[in-house]
Design a protein around this ligand. Structure first.
Ligand SMILES: [Ca+2]
Length: 192
């Protein structure tokens, strides 16, 4: 007799803290010490320098996050301008999500495909092979690990896509030029 009552109590909590439908790419230029600025994100979302880093590193790390859709690809456009010439690391990932009361964050899986870059050169943004990307994985492997997917329902272009979450991203080093705006265009969806 207790089960229905418990279920009723849990509904509002689950509703308030539903997993976010957001896709995210971080730009890490802390090694090359290149400040990043002029952020723009579509659809919705936000771009900001890292709030958690030290004052000297904070301007050189950007979080670019767009509001996407569950289980359906939408076009995403993320922009930034580097104020120096050098190498930055793209981290293609998912949103940070920690449920109320939890000590660990819960992975929100994001599929990315057909990622293209204007203002810099990106390798293999169609995720048809492993070329160009370093996947963040555990040893031994876990279900959360970043991976290339061949699931046709999660592919926008070709036969493969990328599946990542906040703590298991895909990395690629990209060369940027001072004051040349970089635009990342791709397709993303959240798995729900
Ligand atoms: Ca593809």
């Amino acid at each position: 007799m207790k089960r229905p009552l418990l279920a009723l109590l849990l509904i509002p909590v689950a509703g308030l803290f539903a997993q976010p439908a957001q896709a995210r790419i971080d730009i890490d230029a802390t090694r090359s010490k290149i400040p990043l600025t002029n952020f723009a994100t579509k659809p919705g979302g936000y771009g900001a320098n890292a709030s958690w880093l030290k004052p000297d590193q904070k301007p050189c790390y950007a979080v670019l996050q767009a509001d996407v859709t569950n289980n359906q690809f939408v076009p995403v456009e993320l922009k930034f301008t580097p104020l120096g010439t050098g190498t930055v690391t793209l981290q293609v990932k998912g949103p940070y999500y920690k449920k109320e009361g939890d000590t660990k964050n819960t992975p929100v899986f994001v599929f990315w495909d057909k990622l293209e870059v204007e203002g810099a050169v990106l390798k293999n943004g169609d995720f048809e092979t492993a070329e160009g990307w370093i996947l963040q994985t555990n040893v031994p492997a876990t279900p959360e690990d970043a991976q290339f997917s061949k699931d046709a329902a999660r592919v926008k272009s070709g036969k493969g896509s990328l599946r990542v979450c906040h703590d298991r991203a895909a990395f690629q080093m990209v060369d940027v030029k001072s004051n040349v705006q970089v635009t990342l265009r791709g397709w993303a969806q959240v798995q729900k």
